[in-house]
Design a binder for this molecule. Structure first.
Ligand SMILES: Nc1nc2c(c(=O)[nH]1)N[C@H]1C(S)=C(S)[C@@H](COP(=O)(O)OP(=O)(O)OC[C@H]3O[C@@H](n4cnc5c(=O)[nH]c(N)nc54)[C@H](O)[C@@H]3O)O[C@H]1N2
Ligand SMILES: Nc1nc2c(c(=O)[nH]1)N[C@H]1C(S)=C(S)[C@@H](COP(=O)(O)OP(=O)(O)OC[C@H]3O[C@@H](n4cnc5c(=O)[nH]c(N)nc54)[C@H](O)[C@@H]3O)O[C@H]1N2
Ligand SMILES: [Mo]
Length: 891
C-alpha cells in the first residue's frame, strides 16, 4: 500500500534502512570501507552518490548545504536510475527501419515495436535524415523542439549541445519564447522595463523587518521551491516561518489551499480560476472610489493613470470595474474585495504572484493588473512592499552574492531565424508559411519535416497532445528523440538515442538561482547504463560525421572544458579546481549589504537617477507601445477579458481543470520513480476534486474518474478534498502518456485535454490553465496504467548488437561533401566578441535569443538580472551590451 510505505519510510529516516532494495543514509552515517561517496548535484539538491561495487546503492544528502532534502532526492533519484524504463540501446521504430526512404508509416508511432541497432547505425540514420531535410527544405526544415527543457542541471545539458551542433551545420528552426512565464516575459519589459519573473526578489531580512501583509496570488513556494533549474537547497522555508512567527499576515488568493498556506496559516481567498485581473482592477477601482489612491506616488513614478482610470470607470465600455462587478466574475464577495483593497493599502504589503495565473488565456494582463494596483496603493519600491513575481522560484529573496559563475561552450549563433512559439508547434506543422504575431512583430511559421528533441518531454509538456500527435504524423518524416528514459516523447519517436543520466557523466553547475553563491561539481557516480552515451558525446559524434567536430569541442575534452569554465568564475578565487572537484562544492561569500536589497528600491529612492527601462522611465499603467501594436486581445491597459473557457461559461457537468506543477516530480521527471507512486491512485495521476462535485457524480475517494472534452479524454484517480473550490479540480502536469484502445490517456496526462490556443497575440504563451472538461466515474478501464513499462522491443534479425546498416546506401559522405561545396562560396558571418558571449552564455537565461526581440532600454533592464544569472564578468557584460545596443529593436 502506498500510504503505509511512505509513513514507514518517514519514521525510519533517521537510520539506514533497506526496503524494497532502497537504502537511505542519514547525513552522519558511517560507511564500510568498500563503500565510496561521490559528490554530485541535481535539480533536487546536492548529494553524495553512495556506491558499492560500482553500483549506486543510495543517496546521501548534504545537510550542511540543503537542510530539507526531499523524497525525490533521497529515494526518487536512485529508483529512477536503475528503472526498467531506462533506454539501454539505440532503437529505431520497426516500420521506419524496414521502409527507409519509403512509407515509414508514421501513424504507427507509439504503437509498434522498436528494433535495437548499433550506435553507428542510429547516428548514420540520424545524419541521413538531417541531410535529407536540408536537401529538400533547407536547414529551416529541421525543428529543434528542445527549447530550454529541464533535462539535467549541468552546463552542458542537452539543449545547449543540441543547439551548438545544429548551429554549426547551418542552424535549424527553434522555439520562440518561454513556457513557464511566456506571457509575462514579453509584456512586463513594456510595463516595468524588466521581465520580473526571473529577477531577484527583495532580500529576506528586508521582509522580516518591514512587511505586515504578504499576499500570495496563485503561488505555492513550499512546493515549487522543492526543485530548481540549477540546484535546489531549500533555504527559504526557515525565513518564511520566521516571518509567520513575527506576525506577518499571509493571504492566499487561489482556487485551492496549498501546502504553503498550511505552513503559514494563510487566510484563503478562494477565487474562480482565470479571473484575478478582474479582482485587482476592482481593488484599484475601490482605492479610487475611497480616495485612497496615492496620487503623489502615481505622479512621481507612473504614467498613464488617467487612461487606466478611464478603463476602471468604464468610460469606453460603460462598465465600471466595481467590486460588485468583480464579485460576479471572481466568486469573491464585493465586501471581501473592498476589505482586501483597504488592508493592502493601509498595511505594508508585499504581493507575490506565481506564474500559473499567466499560463492562461489573456495571461498578459494579470501581473500587469497587480502592478497597477500596487502602484495606486503607492507601494512599489518601498521597504518590504510592492510586488514580486519570483518568490516561489529559485529561493527568491535569498541575498545576492554578486559572484560570477562558470561559463562554457554555448549554443552559438543560429543562421536560421525562423521559429515557433512553444505552444504552437502543432499549428506550425499544419500551416507552414502562415503568419503569427509576437511582441509586435509579424513572423512566419517554417516548413518542418524533421523534429529533433533532446532533454525535454514534448509529449508531456505540450498542450492538446492529440493535435500534436496528428500533426507530427501528418507532417514530420523523421522524429528523433534523445532521452534517458522511455517517456512518451521517446516512445513516439522514429529514432531513439539513449542518453546517460546525469549520474553517469561529469559536469558542473551552480546553486541558489538568485544568490549565485555556490558552484557544484557533478562527478561521475556510476558507469553509463547499457549503451547510453553523454549528450555531449552523441552530438560530438554527429559533429564528426558532419566534419565540424573541432568547432563543436573547440579541441577540448569535457574535463578541460569544465576546468576552464570553473576558472573563469569567482569560485576559482576561493578554491582551486582540484580541491573543488574533490569537495563537490565551492561556496562564495555574500556581502552584508545584500541583506538590505529592496526590489525597485533604487527607482523608488531616486527615479531620475535610476529610471525604469520603459519608454517613459516610469511604471506604465497604460502602455503606448502596446497600443501601437493594435492587438485585439492585448489592450493597452490591464483589461479583464473573459477567458475562452472558465466557470462563467461552463456547461452543466463540467469542471475547470487546473494543472499545477507536481509536488513529487519535476514535471514528468520522476514519474517512473517509486516516489511518484506514493501520490498515485491505483497507479494513475490523482485528481484533487471538491467533495461536493465528487458526490454529484457518485464518486468516492480512490475511484477511477474519466475527464473528457472535445480535445481528448483521460483516466485518473479521485482524491476528495474540501481544500479545492467547487467546480475546480487539480490534476498535476507531467504524468507519462499511455493511450488506451479508446484513445484515452490511461495515466492521467493532463495535456490530452488542454487547449493549444495561445494566451494572446502579444506573447503567444500557453493557456494550459484555461481548461474545462466533463467528468464522470469511470467503469470501463481497458487495462492498468502501462505508461511506466518499457515499450515492445524486437531483437534485430542480423547480429545481436544490431550493427548491420540497412540495405540502403545512405551515401552520407558524398552528400555532406555536396553540402559543403554548396556552402563553400558563402563567407562565414563575422561575429563580434559581444555577440559570441551573448549566444554562448545569455541565451540560456530565458531571454529571447535574438537582440531584435527587445528595445535598447528593455535590454538595459533585462540584463540587470540576466547577467548575474549568466555569470558574466564586468568586461563581458560591457561587450554584450554593446552588441545588443547595436541590434536592438527600434523603440
Ligand atoms: N498542462 C500543463 N502543461 C505544462 C505546464 C503546466 O503548468 N500545465 N507547465 C509547462 C512548463 S512551465 C514547463 S517548464 C514544461 C516542462 O516541460 P519539460 O522541460 O519537457 O519537462 P521534463 O518533464 O522535466 O522533461 C525533461 C526530459 O528530459 C529528460 N532528461 C533528463 N535528464 C536528461 C539528460 O541528461 N539527457 C537527456 N537527453 N534527457 C534527459 C527526461 O527524461 C524528460 O523526458 O511543461 C509545460 N507544460
Ligand atoms: N515540485 C515542483 N516544483 C516546481 C516544478 C515542478 O514540476 N515540481 N516546476 C518548476 C517550473 S518549470 C515552474 S514554471 C514553476 C511553476 O510555478 P507556478 O506556475 O507558480 O506553479 P503552479 O503549481 O503551476 O501554480 C501555482 C498555484 O497557482 C494556482 N492557480 C492556478 N490557476 C490560478 C488562477 O487562475 N488564479 C489564482 N489566484 N491561482 C491559480 C494553483 O492552484 C497553484 O497553487 O515551478 C517550478 N517548481
Ligand atoms: Mo516552467
Amino acid at each position: 500500500m502506498p500510504i503505509s510505505r511512505r509513513n514507514f519510510l518517514k519514521s525510519a529516516i533517521g537510520t539506514a534502512i533497506a526496503a524494497n532494495g532502497l537504502t537511505l543514509f542519514p547525513a552522519n552515517f558511517a560507511f564500510a570501507d568498500d563503500t565510496i561517496l561521490i559528490p554530485s548535484a541535481s535539480h533536487w539538491g546536492p548529494f553524495y552518490g553512495v556506491v558499492k561495487d560500482g553500483k549506486l546503492v543510495g543517496i546521501q544528502p548534504r545537510k550542511e548545504l540543503d537542510p530539507q532534502p526531499t523524497e525525490m532526492l533521497l529515494e526518487g533519484l536512485l529508483s529512477r536510475t536503475y528503472n526498467k524504463t531506462r533506454i539501454q540501446y539505440p532503437m529505431v521504430r520497426k516500420s521506419y527501419l524496414e521502409n527507409l526512404g519509403g512509407d515509414t508509416k508514421p501513424e504507427l508511432r507509439g504503437k509498434e515495436p522498436f528494433v535495437r541497432v548499433s550506435w553507428d547505425t542510429a547516428l548514420q540514420l540520424t545524419a541521413s535524415a538531417i541531410l535529407h531535410t536540408i536537401e529538400n527544405k533547407g536547414n529551416q526544415g529541421i525543428f529543434d523542439s528542445s527549447y530550454d527543457g529541464w533535462s539535467n542541471t549541468g552546463l552542458l545539458r542537452p539543449p545547449v549541445v543540441q543547439g551548438r551542433f545544429f548551429n554549426l551545420i547551418g542552424g535549424c528552426s527553434t522555439t520562440i519564447g518561454d513556457y513557464s512565464a511566456g506571457a509575462s516575459t514579453v509584456i512586463l519589459p513594456h510595463i516595468v522595463g524588466d521581465m520580473e519573473v526571473y529577477s531577484p526578489q527583495t532580500a529576506w531580512p528586508v521582509i522580516e523587518e518591514n512587511t505586515e501583509v504578504f499576499v500570495l496570488v496563485g503561488s505555492d513556494p513550499w512546493k515549487t521551491n522543492r526543485v530548481e533549474f540549477r540546484v535546489a537547497d531549500h533555504q527559504m522555508q526557515s525565513h518564511w516561518l520566521k516571518w509567520k512567527q513575527k506576525g506577518i499576515k499571509f493571504i492566499s488568493i487561489n482556487p485551492k489551499r496549498t501546502t504553503t498556506d498550511r505552513n503559514l496559516d494563510s487566510e484563503w481567498v478562494s477565487i474562480i480560476p482565470g479571473t484575478d485581473t478582474a479582482l485587482f482592477n476592482a481593488m484599484a477601482f475601490h482605492l479610487q472610489d475611497q480616495k485612497l489612491a496615492d496620487l503623489e506616488y502615481l505622479k512621481k513614478y507612473t504614467v498613464g493613470y488617467e487612461k487606466y482610470l478611464d478603463y476602471l470607470l468604464g468610460k469606453q465600455d460603460g462598465v465600471a470595474k466595481t467590486p460588485e462587478w468583480a464579485a460576479k466574475i471572481t466568486g469573491i464577495s464585493a465586501d471581501e474585495i473592498k476589505k482586501l483593497a483597504v488592508l493592502f493599502k493601509t498595511k505594508k504589503t508585499q504581493i507575490a504572484a506565481g506564474w500559473a495565473v499567466q499560463r492562461a488565456d489573456h495571461g498578459e494582463m494579470i501581473h500587469w493588473s497587480i502592478i497597477n494596483f500596487a502602484a495606486m496603493a503607492g507601494k512599489i519600491g518601498k521597504a518590504g512592499e510592492g510586488f514580486g513575481f519570483s518568490w516561489h522560484y529559485g529561493n527568491g529573496g535569498m541575498p545576492q552574492s554578486g559572484a560570477s559563475l562558470p561559463v562554457t561552450l554555448g549554443q552559438g549563433f543560429n543562421p536560421v531565424s525562423a521559429g515557433c512559439p512553444v505552444v504552437l508547434q502543432a499549428e506550425m506543422l499544419r500551416n507552414p508559411g502562415k503568419s503569427f504575431t509576437y511582441n509586435g512583430q509579424t513572423l512566419k511559421f517554417p516548413d518542418i519535416s524533421m523534429v529533433y528533441n533532446s532533454g525535454n518531454n514534448l509529449f508531456s509538456h505540450q498542450q492538446n497532445l492529440n493535435a500534436l500527435i496528428k500533426a507530427m504524423n501528418d507532417k514530420v518524416e523523421t522524429y528523433v528523440c534523445q532521452d534517458t528514459w522511455w517517456c512518451a516523447s521517446a516512445r513516439f519517436a522514429d529514432i531513439v538515442l539513449p542518453a546517460t543520466s546525469a549520474l553517469e557523466r561529469i559536469d558542473i553547475t551552480s546553486g541558489g538561482t538568485y544568490s549565485n553563491n555556490k558552484v557544484y561539481a557533478m562527478q561521475q557516480v556510476i558507469e553509463p547504463y547499457g549503451e547510453s552515451l553523454d549528450d555531449f558525446e552523441i552530438f560530438r559524434r554527429l559533429a564528426k560525421i558532419f566534419h565540424v567536430e573541432d568547432k563543436f569541442t573547440t579541441g577540448k575534452d569535457m574535463m578541460t572544458l569544465l576546468k576552464t569554465a570553473y576558472e573563469s568564475s569567482t569560485a576559482a578565487k576561493i578554491k582551486p579546481f582540484d580541491e573543488f572537484w574533490k569537495d563537490g562544492v565551492t561556496v562564495m561569500p555574500t556581502p552584508e549589504k545584500a541583506d538590505y536589497w529592496q526590489r525597485h528600491g533604487a527607482f523608488y529612492d531616486d527615479p531620475e537617477k535610476y529610471p525604469l527601462h520603459t519608454p517613459s522611465g516610469k511604471i506604465e499603467l497604460y502602455s503606448e507601445s502596446i497600443a501601437k501594436m493594435k492587438l485585439d486581445d492585448c489592450p493597452p491597459v490591464p483589461t479583464y477579458m473573459q477567458p475562452f473557457e472558465f466557470l462563467g461559461n461552463a456547461k452543466k457537468g463540467q469542471l475547470h481543470i487546473l494543472s499545477p506543477h507536481p509536488w513529487m516530480r519535476l514535471h514528468s521527471q520522476m514519474a517512473n520513480a517509486d516516489t511518484n507512486s506514493y501520490e498515485c491512485v491505483d497507479g494513475r495521476q490523482y485528481l484533487l476534486i471538491n467533495e461536493q462535485d465528487a458526490h454529484d457524480q457518485g464518486i468516492v475517494d480512490g475511484d477511477l474518474v474519466e475527464l473528457h472534452n472535445e480535445r481528448g479524454a483521460l483516466l485518473c484517480g479521485a482524491k476528495l478534498s474540501k481544500e479545492v473550490r467547487r467546480g475546480v479540480a487539480c490534476l498535476h502536469e507531467g504524468a507519462w502518456l499511455q493511450l488506451d484502445k479508446l484513445g484515452r490517456c490511461n495515466s492521467g496526462q493532463i495535456n490530452i485535454i488542454t487547449s493549444d490556443q495561445s494566451c494572446g497575440g502579444l506573447s503567444q504563451g500557453t493557456s494550459a490553465n484555461t481548461c474545462l472538461a466533463y467528468y464522470k466515474k469511470c467503469t470501463d478501464p481497458c487495462s492498468p496504467n502501462k505508461a511506466y513499462e518499457p515499450p515492445m522491443i524486437e531483437q534485430p534479425t542480423g547480429p545481436n548488437d544490431g550493427s548491420i546498416l540497412p540495405m540502403v546506401d545512405l551515401n552520407i559522405d558524398g552528400r555532406i561533401a555536396l553540402l559543403h561545396k554548396a556552402n563553400a562560396g558563402k563567407a562565414a558571418p563575422k561575429i563580434s566578441r559581444g555577440q559570441e558571449i551573448f549566444y554562448a552564455s545569455c541565451t540560456m537565461c530565458h531571454a529571447a535569443p535574438n537582440p531584435a526581440a527587445h528595445t535598447r532600454a528593455q535590454w538595459a533592464g533585462i540584463t540587470q538580472s540576466m547577467f548575474p544569472r549568466a555569470g558574466l564578468s564586468a568586461a563581458d557584460r560591457k561587450l554584450v551590451l554593446e552588441y545588443l545596443d547595436k541590434h536592438a529593436a527600434k523603440a
